[in-house]
Design a protein around this ligand. Structure first.
Ligand SMILES: N=CN[C@@H](CCC(=O)O)C(=O)O
Ligand SMILES: [Zn+2]
Length: 416
């Protein structure tokens, strides 16, 4: 029997029937001194007291000594599979070059595309494995992984296969992001590239089950509203669910398009308008905010998270892990930007990187909270409360990670 009893801890359950909207995000249903018992990969019970009735000869009993237990963190927006790095762009950014300036100089996404196209499946696999290990060590147990650095058929499929085939405790939800940038071979022929994605790549990706979602980068210099609409409408007709990079730099109206298309989520939203926020609210679109990117691109502002909470949206926060605009696997670091940068309380941040993030990638019924019958994905933090995790920033607070009911990180070290 693989029963584990975690007792004598502060259990941050994040109990919720669905996503947490607006003010609900502040209520984490915390059990001050309680227990969680897991068995066969699921949460058997959670409650106050010691849970000693669950102890039998096969049970491993772990005394938390008052430490905090969170649901496994869910990173709902990453560009996990890629090759190469772009530290050379740091100096350009510090000299004031914008994201678009760097792209025009041959840097940005297209420089990662060149590196990824020349990388082997094995090297991409090894690099992604290293990132997943780092994410697990820092408490992430479910990850959304976008493609988008291959752009041609064989390299997009190569990257999507890495995401699908990689063997790691972390669960991966895959997204096709062919509409990430216009590849060199289609320069000046955006419509031709869109036709190629719709006619050649997406049907294969669907047939092979290589992605659940299709995403598109709706931004000046990338795909405009009409082009994005064409990509995502075709994706829906093929049976994909859709999400989009929206209103990151320019207020393109991407949030409104997300609402029009019935997208599950709209992501970035730094430049979103009030109309865009209302359209997302009306259509039930989940906003995924990426404060690490605002910080790293030295944007003048963060996404209006407080306004979105005031208007009752299910605000979500993710890392945006990628080699250009947010090169970190640490969702704990992003928690700090979400709080001190966007003004979210620690309680709202935790809702945003657990239950809301789970719903933003279609896993809300399985993970994202500590509730009977859900997957036993848990993180024990070396902290007596959730405020401390953000207050004492820049370090890894994770002591233990339980994934699918198995201890995979113990004393801050990988043991899977
Ligand atoms: N904005 C678009 N895509 C990524 C950045 C990709 C890159 O710069 O390599 C993002 O979400 O930040
Ligand atoms: Zn992104």
């Amino acid at each position: 029997m693989d029963r584990i009893l975690l007792k004598n801890g502060r259990i941050v359950t994040v109990k919720s029937k669905g996503p947490k909207f607006g003010e609900e995000m502040a209520d984490l249903s915390v059990i001050e001194r309680g227990y969680v018992v897991v068995e066969n990969g699921i949460i058997l019970d959670v409650g106050s007291g010691e849970g000693l009735d669950y102890v039998d000869e096969g049970t491993e009993v772990i005394d938390l000594e008052g430490r905090t237990v969170l649901p496994g963190l869910v990173d709902s927006h990453t560009h996990l599979v890629h090759y190469g790095s772009r530290e050379n762009e740091l100096k350009l950014k510090l000299e004031g070059a914008s994201y678009l300036d760097i792209l025009k100089q041959g840097g940005g996404i297209l420089s990662t595309v060149r590196a990824t196209r020349s990388a082997s499946y094995e090297n991409l696999y090894k690099k992604a494995l290293k990132s997943l290990d780092l994410m697990l060590l820092w408490g992430t147990t479910t990850v959304e992984a976008k493609s988008g650095y291959g752009l041609n058929f064989e390299d997009e499929v190569k990257c999507l296969k890495v995401a699908k085939e990689i063997e790691h405790p972390i669960d991966i939800v895959s997204t096709y992001l062919g509409a990430h940038a216009i590849p060199e071979e289609y320069k000046g022929n955006v419509d031709g590239y869109i036709d190629f994605m719709i006619e050649k790549v997406m049907p294969y990706v669907k047939k092979e089950g290589l992605a659940e979602y299709v995403d598109a980068f709706c931004e000046e210099g990338f795909f405009d509203i009409e082009q994005t609409r064409r990509v995502l409408k075709a994706a829906k007709e093929l049976g994909f669910q859709v999400k989009l990079h929206a209103d990151e730099i320019e207020p393109m109206g991407g949030a409104q398009l997300a609402a029009e298309l019935g997208a599950v989520s709209a992501e970035h939203l730094v430049a979103v308008s009030d109309e865009g926020i209302d359209a997302m609210k009306e259509a039930g679109v989940i906003p995924i905010l990426l404060p690490g990117t605002s910080f790293y691109l030295r944007l003048k502002r963060y996404a209006p998270a407080r306004e979105m909470i005031r208007r009752g949206l299910a605000v979500t926060v993710a890392s945006d892990y990628n080699p250009g605009t947010c090169p970190t696997e640490s969702l704990q670091s992003i928690m700090v930007f979400a709080s001190l940068g966007m003004g979210l309380t620690p309680q709202e941040v935790i809702s945003a990187i657990t239950i809301n993030a789970a719903y933003a990638i279609g896993r809300g019924s399985e993970v994202g909270s500590i509730e009977k019958g859900k997957k036993a994905d848990l993180v024990v933090m070396n902290a007596l409360n959730e405020n401390y995790i953000i207050y004492h920033f820049g370090i890894n607070h994770v002591d233990m990670v339980i994934k699918n009911g198995k201890i995979v990180v113990r004393d801050g070290r990988l043991i899977y």
